[in-house]
Write a protein that binds this ligand. Structure first.
Ligand code: MG
Length: 382
């Protein structure tokens, strides 16, 4: 029986790499549904190549152009986020790859979990904004979340060897991004073009900027807290420029398990799709003699204040991480458009976090309200 996959955000970096894994294993997987925000050209091409049953364009104004492009195909065309939420719950979907960018991934991910699906989660903002609601929904509906984020996939893989033993620490590795060796003054003047040159990973623009500010690593601390139910104080970030060790788990006897691979997102994607089986996905094997040395250093919270803000937000709990995410989405977009400077991102994030109307146990409505309020505030600061 082929596994039937829905890919939310199929034209983005994770989406296209997921389809590359499927392309190598057409006998194992079938693509039931794909969706994109607005890239209709690539979406139509994917629909034809993979003979996809349902194709969703989230931007409703693009529906006619997409429908016209696919009029001779077998695909059914839909528009809007509501269609997407309904279709991911369909009987013909086994695995939902949540690869949308940002807060917009929350609703369809919750819809998939409510239908008891396996969710291969790449959209970390979903857990940052609404971690308690997302994990509760998963448990209530016997759904499963398999991490696609490389660090969390690594931790998940290390935990397969835990045999129920308590984890004393998680060592979350960080590449350090393109500005790891730059001083604060030089970073302050860095443009989006500088920030988009990530040394190791091939990712979309939002996550690449988040990686340069280390907001990405901060969000990953929050993501790890929810996925593995571990206090943030036991999640240690370590900078590891080679990105070969994708993360590590430590036990009470001092033993540390690590997961290694050449940095290539197809490795965690492939495992999430085929779990518990492992399948070849085109990742170049590690050559340790060629690698020679691996390096580790402490993260610098002075040059990368977003990492400190993430720890503060998750310690505070409630809707604080949601606020941080909302502020950051607006600030990163402004930085990409040249409207604010690199450190303005952290300034906007910090100001929004300080000014937050705190809610200790937010409902889903509270989460949406916080997201809207903070996005408005952050836009005013921009
Ligand atoms: Mg990651």
């Amino acid at each position: 029986m082929k596994r039937k996959i829905a890919i939310l955000g199929s034209t983005g970096s994770i989406g296209t790499q997921t389809l590359d894994v499927v392309r190598r294993h057409r006998d194992m997987f079938e693509v039931e549904l794909i969706s994109a925000r607005s890239s209709i050209g690539l979406l139509a091409q994917q629909a034809r190549e993979f003979d996809v049953n349902n194709v969703v364009i989230c931007d409703e104004s693009r529906y006619d152009a997409l429908a016209d492009d696919l009029k001779d195909s077998n695909s059914k065309i839909w528009a809007g986020a509501e269609s997407l939420c309904r279709l991911v719950q369909g009987e013909n979907v086994d695995i939902v790859v949540a690869a949308m960018v940002g807060f917009s991934g929350l609703r369809p991910t919750l819809a998939a979990l409510e239908a008891g699906k396996i969710v291969a989660l790449a959209n970390k903002e979903t857990l940052v904004a609404a971690g308690s609601i997302v994990t509760r929904t998963m448990r209530e509906h016997n759904a499963v979340i398999l991490p696609v984020d490389s660090e969390h996939s690594a931790i998940f893989q290390c935990l397969l060897g835990a045999q129920g033993n308590e984890v004393t620490k998680i060592h979350l590795t960080a590449s350090g991004g393109p500005f790891r060796t730059w001083d604060r003054k030089r970073i302050a003047a860095a443009t989006a073009q500088d920030a988009l040159k990530h040394p190791n990973w091939d990712m979309g623009a939002k996550v690449t900027i988040d990686s340069a500010t280390m907001m990405n690593k901060g969000f990953e601390v929050i993501e790890a807290k929810w996925l593995f139910d571990i206090e943030p104080s036991r999640i240690k970030v370590v900078v590891h420029p080679e990105s070969v060790i994708h993360s590590m788990v430590e036990f009470s006897d001092g033993a540390v398990l690590a997961q290694l691979a050449n940095p290539d997102m197809r490795e965690p994607i492939g495992l999430a799709l085929s779990f518990p089986a492992r399948i070849p996905v085109g990742v170049r094997p590690l050559d340790f003699a060629e690698l020679g040395t691996l390096h580790f250093e402490k993260p610098d919270l002075d040059r990368f204040p977003n990492l400190r803000l993430a720890y503060e937000a998750i310690e505070r709990g409630g809707n604080a991480p949601c606020a941080l995410n909302a502020a950051n989405e607006v600030a990163v977009k402004a930085y990409l458009g040249g409207a604010v400077s690199f450190y303005d991102i952290a300034r906007i994030n910090e100001a929004c976090l300080r000014g937050l109307n705190f809610v200790a146990n937010p409902s889903l409505d509270d989460i949406f309200a916080t997201n809207d309020e903070i996005a408005t505030q952050a836009a005013a600061m921009v």
